[in-house]
Design a protein around this ligand. Structure first.
Ligand code: GUN
Length: 305
């Protein structure tokens, strides 16, 4: 059996088209343009790529993009002042502070200084608490995108056994909450989990978010299960040859071993082209949702959890 490939790129294009439609309606009917502010501290190359991509896609769906690039040695007080200004800016409906922050800055303190209503990452403790109690909240983008793909593939997830590999605040924990809210039986597995292969073998849904390249082999997967691979890991790819400087070429892989898992699974997300594109699409969706809530307008259907 070969798994159905869940095309995250196509899915994300649909989500972005829906977002663009809502943005057009907000402009035409209400004279409102949703705005997303992204704050980047320092020059982490991966973060710079993400931030550029977020800005470009924000503009592509018709929203305003505000980028705040701060020096790596920015003080906590200065960063908090930037966040405070964005909290009070009526043109800004969503705020994202790119993580990781330089070590001298307290990420929890900074994240919790964002107005929860503008916290399009869903990382503020208020949003975490609201999600955990099943109330309306801002939902972290990667888990939201994963949930949308699961619902798109299965319809109802009710009663399914879901195993989430990884317990991060950004993916593992909120993913588990979302699956629980959709009436799955949820297990969160992690580096200390005993008999991990057997735990994963019981899953109808596996969400892998551990950050370890190709960690999950096909023989851990129950035949027909759905595999959502959140991992983005760069590994050497000597089969692709060498770069001009003599270094070995690389390629991106997920947290599951795609080749062997695709032989057993019923459906699987590829890397790249699976969860990745959905994450930014959901950031845009969250910004429209935040804007509608701020203005007391009906929020877009199908773009929230
Ligand atoms: N760094 C890596 N992923 C994320 C994310 O989803 N949000 C933020 N703010 N930073 C990140």
């Amino acid at each position: 059996m070969t798994a159905t490939v869940i095309d995250g790129k196509a899915f994300a294009e649909k989500v972005r088209a829906q977002v663009a439609q809502h943005v057009t309606a907000l402009k035409e009917k209400h004279g409102i343009t949703p705005g997303l502010a992204v704050v980047l501290v320092g020059e982490d190359p991966a973060s710079q790529v993400y931030v550029r991509s977020k800005g470009k896609m924000t503009v592509e769906v018709g929203m305003n993009s505000y980028e705040h690039k701060l020096e790596a040695d920015t003080s906590e007080a200065d960063l908090l002042a930037v966040v405070d200004k964005l909290n009070r800016d009526p043109e800004v409906h969503g705020i994202l502070v790119q993580l990781p922050l330089p070590k001298h800055l307290d990420s929890d303190l900074v994240i919790n200084s964002i107005d929860p209503a503008k916290d399009v990452d869903g990382f503020h403790i208020s949003n975490v608490g609201l999600l955990g109690t099943g109330q309306k909240s801002m939902v972290p983008c990667t888990p939201l995108g994963s949930l949308m793909m699961l619902r798109g593939h299965h319809g109802s997830l009710s009663g399914m056994n879901a195993v989430v590999l990884g317990r991060s605040n950004i993916v593992g924990k909120p993913m588990a909450q979302l699956l629980l809210n959709d009436s799955c039986t949820v297990t969160i597995a992690h580096s200390r989990t005993k008999d991990l292969p057997d735990v994963v073998r019981r899953a109808d849904i596996v969400v892998a978010a551990v950050g370890r390249a190709q960690m999950v082999p096909g023989d851990w997967i129950k035949p027909g299960a759905t595999v959502i691979d959140v991992g983005i890991n760069r590994i050497d790819a000597p089969e692709k040859g060498t770069n001009e400087d003599g270094s070995v070429k690389t390629r991106l892989v997920g947290d599951v071993d795609y080749e062997s898992c695709a032989q057993v699974a019923g459906a699987i997300t590829p890397v790249p082209g699976g969860v990745g594109p959905m994450t930014i699409a959901c950031l845009l969706a969250n910004t429209v949702t935040a804007c509608c809530r701020a203005k007391g307008l009906p929020e877009p259907e199908g773009l929230t959890a």
